[in-house]
Write a protein that binds this ligand. Structure first.
Ligand SMILES: [Zn+2]
Ligand SMILES: [Zn+2]
Length: 263
């Protein structure tokens, strides 16, 4: 089975529940070898403060993970963070990410500069734009984020597909350009199983991305995006099957480097 879950949240983000210890205990129960806490990063000037920890809570978050590492030697626990790419936040992110010994940094596009602020991208619906245009702007933002070199893993790559239309079918050329940029940046791509808990009933990115990820020789990670302890490792058996069919397997990270790659 998939041995890692590289996308776990904590109650600090205000929309997750359960103690961090409960997430660890569930991971052990599920037989996972390694997990990474990747809670939502604080953003400047209170941007989207409702969905993330404050800057003053970041030290405590890091310390809690170090404490859990000591208390649960039977599982490997990594220090990660889910960092939003948003145009204009680059130097803020660079400073913050360099201040802590992160094992991995997931890049997520939840907002797009120029779109109305204050909402997550998947709630966007622009009557004046086609799905293709919206996807185009989203992929453009992802590519810019990738090209900053600030992040390690492309998080939930087609999160925006709430309409159910495939990003790959709508914008294949641009998807390919984005993956090429990720390859050049030395990034991995996350297979995020949380979409199976939602109305879309597909992971992010959808499994039709797998042959493309192989084609571009992109390393992958797997994450549940758990916001409750019960969601740790959820639906991993589906990814396990799909990956084995493609002869793909997740890589591991330490101190922001891929430490091995098994294909
Ligand atoms: Zn969240
Ligand atoms: Zn996210």
């Amino acid at each position: 089975m998939i041995p890692i879950d590289y996308h776990l949240h904590t109650a600090l983000c205000k929309h997750a529940t359960g103690s961090m210890q409960a997430f660890v205990e569930q991971a052990i129960l599920k037989g996972l070898e390694e997990i990474a806490f990747t809670d939502h990063i604080p953003l400047p000037d209170g941007f989207d403060a409702a969905h993330r920890m404050s800057l003053s809570e970041l030290d405590g978050y890091v310390q809690s993970i170090f404490d859990l590492k000591n208390r649960f030697p039977e599982i490997s626990i990594l220090l990660g963070i889910e960092a939003d790419y948003y145009r204009g936040f680059e130097s803020y992110l660079e400073n913050l990410l360099n201040r802590y010994p992160f094992d991995l940094v997931i890049m997520s596009v939840h907002f797009i500069a120029g779109w109305p602020d204050g909402q997550w991208v998947f709630s966007y619906d622009f009557p004046q734009k086609t799905v293709r245009e919206i996807y185009c702007e989203y992929l453009q933002a992802m590519k810019l984020g990738i090209q900053t070199g600030l992040f390690d893993i492309v998080g939930h790559a087609d999160l925006i597909k709430s309409s159910g239309q495939s990003l790959l079918e709508e914008n294949e050329v641009q998807v390919r350009q984005t993956l090429e940029a990720a390859r050049e940046a030395g990034m991995a791509v996350e297979i995020n199983t949380s979409g199976w808990r939602k109305a879309i009933h597909q992971p992010y990115p959808d499994l039709d991305f797998l042959p493309l990820l192989r084609e571009y020789d992109l390393p992958i990670t797997v994450g549940s995006d758990a916001h409750t302890p019960q969601q740790v490792g959820l639906f991993f058996e589906r990814v396990d099957q799909a990956l084995k069919k493609q002869h793909m397997w997740p890589v591991r990270f330490r101190k922001r480097e891929i430490i091995f790659k098994k294909l």
